[in-house]
Design a binder for this molecule. Structure first.
Ligand code: HXC
Length: 510
């Protein structure tokens, strides 16, 4: 008996060594942790249960039968984060560069199947060189099996991908179908084809960082939802994000003890809006003052900064915040902002997370660049997302709510449950200048008359009361009472029941 116990221990020890000391040292020299070290940071201490530690590849070509490692380049299993279960897989770059063989893919599929069956989230840590070149088509099949499972789990359980090294070729599309992708600055990159192929095909000379580093994907392409400075920071932030998320689309929202009074008054909000309608202010101040304890996990913080999206809590329960940001492009809606917010709204709706929307939007961004870039279709994504969402929707208009953008931003007409406006709100078809220049075109060369018309337009339309008189806002509230009013609204809406007509699925403008 003792011999078998000894064999188990020595086999386990061999698996834990991954690709060996030299490759582990190389991993550390690049500023990266190994797969197992990453799991130690991500999961609660002692909670990790590993599966398939002894799995090996079955390839015999190219001398592969003489080169086998227990685990085959991916560590899989489950553990807990702050006591709540999560399935994980972590690519081990020290074994064949974390590349995907048939057996490696089967390990990932197994935890994907378990996660879906048990309605438990799954997190993948990526650090890999794509398909195992020696295995050829078997690896391609493995990828497609993983993609299929990503799609079936989408909207049922949260799926998160963290890119912590190379992520190329077949490896990029599984993360791309998960809910969130995060990257580590300087050590990770993602692309479909690497710099060498790019050079051959397009003759462009580009580095891996320029082609697909965290700086590119978290700002320009929006492939990534955030970037962190190192492995430890990224993993600690994933623990933080995880705390906001329900385990599945049918489980309750996580609720933590709340030490922040729901009726906290914030007098500073009464002076947040500058006297001039053209002077910006930081909408994040409002989010931080309204959310429990000023705790806010921002999604896509560096992309389309004219809209802010992220998770906070009200009364200890998760809320998704969406807010136009007057500090950037005056908070206008453009194609990128619309896509960013639409995806966030849809995530919240999938997982029953109430949405709080703060509105200060001068409209959609005009111009050929936007129209050629499909603003109509991208703007429609946000409109569609808000309109189909059945979760509680609470909206506060702080200043401008002009034109189509008024409609889009969780208006009453899109089944907004509770819609408030601050006294500084201006709910109108457009700003005064634009309106006057159209209605009084004949007076355009008389500045005095134009000024008079503008003043009259402002007095008549640029207030919350025209909308309030029609019931388009439920109340005009004092800015300092925003937290109390939103918190009360959300509490009321906990019992909300609303569903859309049966359909196979909708046809959101993609
Ligand atoms: C097998 C691989 C491998 C792969 C790396 N290795 N990638 N083994 N298949 N795809 C092995 C290396 O042989 C090496 O083994 C170890 O991993 C580390 O690799 P290095 O090249 O020494 O590391 P580094 O210099 O950091 O470069 C990392 C890398 C590079 C950029 C990822 O290895 C690379 O370009 N790999 C190939 C990428 C690729 O073309 N993959 C196929 C994509 S096609 P030793 O024994 O020396 O430690 C694809 C199609 C799927 O994925 C499409 C499905 C939709």
């Amino acid at each position: 008996m003792r011999d078998v116990l000894g064999e188990l221990e020595s086999r386990r020890e061999a698996a834990r060594q991954g690709g060996g000391r030299k490759r582990t040292q190389a991993q550390h020299a690049r500023g990266k942790l190994t797969a197992r070290e990453r799991l130690d940071v991500l999961l609660d201490g002692g909670s990790f249960e590993e599966f398939d530690m002894f799995v090996e590849h079955r390839c015999t070509d190219f001398g592969m039968d003489r080169s086998r490692y227990s685990g085959d380049g991916v560590v899989t299993g489950w553990g807990t984060i702050n006591g709540r279960p999560v399935y994980i897989f972590a690519k081990d770059f020290t074994v064949f560069g974390g590349s995907l063989s048939e057996a490696h893919a089967e390990k990932i599929q197994k935890v994907q199947d378990m996660a879906l069956r048990n309605r438990t989230p799954i997190i993948g840590l990526f650090d890999a060189g794509g398909a195992r070149i020696q295995e050829g088509v078997a690896a391609l099949g493995g990828y497609a099996e993983i993609f299929q499972r990503n799609v079936l789990a989408s909207g049922v359980i949260p799926q998160i991908s963290v890119i912590m090294g190379p992520c190329a070729g077949g490896d990029v599309y599984s993360p791309a179908m998960t809910d969130f992708i995060f990257m580590v600055r300087d050590t990770s990159y993602m692309f479909v084809t690497g710099p060498d192929v790019v050079k051959t095909v397009t003759n462009e000379t580009v580095t891996a960082e320029e082609l697909g580093g965290a700086s590119v994907h978290s700002t320009k392409s929006s492939v990534a939802d955030g970037a962190f400075d190192n492995d430890v920071e990224a993993l600690m932030e994933m623990r933080r994000l995880f705390n906001y998320l329900p385990l599945s689309n049918t489980s309750d929202l996580p609720e933590i003890e709340c030490h922040d009074a729901g009726d906290r008054v914030e007098d500073a909000l009464d002076t947040l809006i500058p006297d001039s309608a053209n002077v910006p202010y930081d909408i994040k101040e409002l989010i931080l003052k309204v959310a429990d304890e000023g705790d806010f996990f921002e999604i896509q913080a560096a992309h389309a900064q004219n809209i802010v999206t992220g998770f906070g809590r009200m009364g200890g329960r998760t809320v998704g915040f969406v807010a136009n940001q007057p500090m950037v492009l005056a908070g206008v809606l453009d194609a990128n902002a619309s896509r960013k917010a639409a995806r966030f709204v849809r995530f919240c709706d999938c997982f029953n997370i109430p949405i709080v929307t703060f509105v200060d939007v001068p409209g959609f961004l005009p111009g050929t660049a936007q129209e050629y870039g499909g603003l109509i279709k991208h703007g429609a994504k946000l409109l569609f997302a808000y309109a189909e969402a059945t979760v509680p929707k609470v909206t506060v208009i702080t200043r401008k709510a002009f034109g189509g953008a008024y409609d889009v931003m969780a208006s009453k007409h899109l089944r907004g449950d509770i819609n408030y406006a601050w006294p500084s709100a201006q709910i109108a078809v457009m700003g005064a200048r634009g309106a006057v220049e159209i209605i009084y075109r004949k007076d355009l060369d008389d500045p005095e008359k134009i000024a008079e018309h503008t003043k009259a337009y402002e007095a008549q339309f640029l207030s919350p009361f025209v909308a309030a008189e029609r019931g388009y806002v439920d109340d005009v509230i004092m800015p300092h009472s925003t937290r109390r009013r939103v918190a009360r609204a959300l509490r009321l809406l906990r019992t909300k029941e609303l569903s859309n007509p049966w359909k196979k699925h909708d046809n959101i403008p993609l």
